[in-house]
Write a protein that binds this ligand. Structure first.
Ligand SMILES: NC(=O)c1ccc[n+]([C@@H]2O[C@H](COP(=O)([O-])OP(=O)(O)OC[C@H]3O[C@@H](n4cnc5c(N)ncnc54)[C@H](O)[C@@H]3O)[C@@H](O)[C@H]2O)c1
Length: 378
């Protein structure tokens, strides 16, 4: 495609693993010759390639990507599974194994995850485990996936209602992002992804947080240049965190800001609310606790809380039982012995992992976001 802009370093971020370059993130606004070029660097002409998509992304982008591959690799196949978190399961992974075995995929072959965080996590896990590990590429198509989940090599599935309970670290060989894919997302999904973007500003980059507030209208309009910059800055935060702590033994846990209470709400609501909506509530609760510890000022807490509103994200919820949410935080993976590893904000742009948060504090924070019928009557 002649009119494609030439990729510059600006569009390419290299992620290091154990201090060595491991894979590139390429940020563009198209699927075209540059995607093929990037894949050709992985010698696809000698490999079979399975594109794994869900029932939405297959229709939206499956043909474009498989047509690009056809004739440029040994064999192309497209495997589609039903969209939705409820399909982020071992059964879906089993289906992928079956397809790969039938098509005689061997260890040199390649999987491509074409979709959001669910497709990325499932495909990554299948790639990590099929024949003890095959290469995979991420082509993330949601804002959550572009700003967060496709980077860092965490793969996995949910198990018996527990989020991401089974998984593996498996680094992709390439992450190729087309920000124009985000135009197809419905508003609710887009804003749920925005919650993770905001999280990155809050935990690690105060200037990015300010930038997000300043560019609110352009973000609403999904202006391509603004989205490219937003995704790039979000990826830079994720890069800093995962390079320092690739296996989540320490600092990487700060990416779980909002997730302790967020996951508990997600589970309580039987995954009827979107992940980003639940972690927004969790972030508000964690910001509240940060204020109560005098780390954030009252004004900062209210600013953090209220800035989610224009992005159509919830800052309170009426359909929960706070005691039950507290109980559910205990079944979270982020426990260490009896203590929850809670992520709080020391200040805007600086998260800390705190192991001293008590049950009473968690309950108080959940009550802060709990909007009861009595509140409504007042
Ligand atoms: N691995 C990690 O480090 C990590 C980090 C954060 C989140 N996650 C996981 O990511 C998942 C959430 O990600 P998600 O919100 O992308 O979920 P998702 O993959 O379910 O995508 C959301 C919906 O958008 C659809 N979709 C995808 N791309 C689209 C597009 N361009 N246009 C229109 N519709 C599109 C999907 O088909 C789906 O219906 C959760 O399972 C979460 O646990 C993983």
């Amino acid at each position: 495609m002649d009119n494609e802009k030439v990729l510059t370093d600006y569009d390419r971020i290299t992620i290091n693993y154990e201090k060595k370059p491991c894979y590139d993130i390429v940020i563009t606004d198209h699927f075209g010759a540059s995607l093929l070029e990037e894949l050709q660097r992985l010698a696809i002409e000698n490999r079979k390639v399975a594109v794994i998509a869900d029932s939405n992304t297959a229709g939206l982008f499956g043909r474009t990507v498989t047509e690009l591959l056809d004739g440029n690799c040994r064999q192309t196949l497209l495997h589609v599974f039903p969209a939705g978190e409820e399909h982020k399961t071992l059964d879906t992974v089993k289906e992928i194994y079956r397809v790969l075995i039938e098509a005689k995929f061997d260890r040199r072959d390649l999987l491509i995850a074409l979709g959001g965080g669910v497709v990325g996590d499932v495909t990554g896990y299948a790639a990590a485990t099929y024949l003890r590990g095959v290469d995979f590429v991420q082509i993330p198509t949601t804002l959550i996936a572009q700003s967060d989940s496709s980077i860092g090599g965490k793969t996995g599935v949910d198990f018996d209602g527990y989020k991401n309970m089974v998984g593996a670290f498996h680094m992709p060989k390439l992450v190729y992002m087309n920000v124009s894919a985000l135009k197809e997302l419905d508003d609710r999904q887009f804003y749920a992804g925005f919650a993770e973007v905001m999280k990155h500003g809050l935990i690690k980059d105060a200037m990015f947080y300010e930038w997000l507030l300043e560019n609110m209208y352009e973000i609403h309009d999904r202006d391509p240049a603004t989205l490219t910059e937003m995704v790039r800055r979000s990826c830079m935060v994720k890069k800093l965190v995962v390079e320092k702590d690739p296996k989540e033994l320490g600092d990487r846990a700060m990416l779980n800001f909002g997730h302790t209470i967020g996951h508990a709400i997600e589970k309580y609501m039987h995954f009827k609310m979107l992940h980003g909506e639940c972690i927004t509530l969790g972030m508000v609760a964690a910001a509240y606790l940060s204020w109560k510890r005098n780390w954030l000022s009252k004004d900062e807490y209210y600013e953090v809380r209220d800035m989610f509103v224009p992005f159509q994200l919830p800052i309170s919820i009426d359909s929960i039982d706070p005691e039950e949410i507290l109980r559910l935080t205990k079944s979270d993976k982020k426990m260490e012995g009896d203590h929850v590893k809670f992520v709080l904000l020391k200040k805007i742009g600086k998260a800390v992992i705190d192991r001293t948060v008590t049950d009473e504090e968690i309950l108080e924070a959940v009550r802060e976001i709990y909007f009861s019928d009595e509140d409504a009557r007042e």
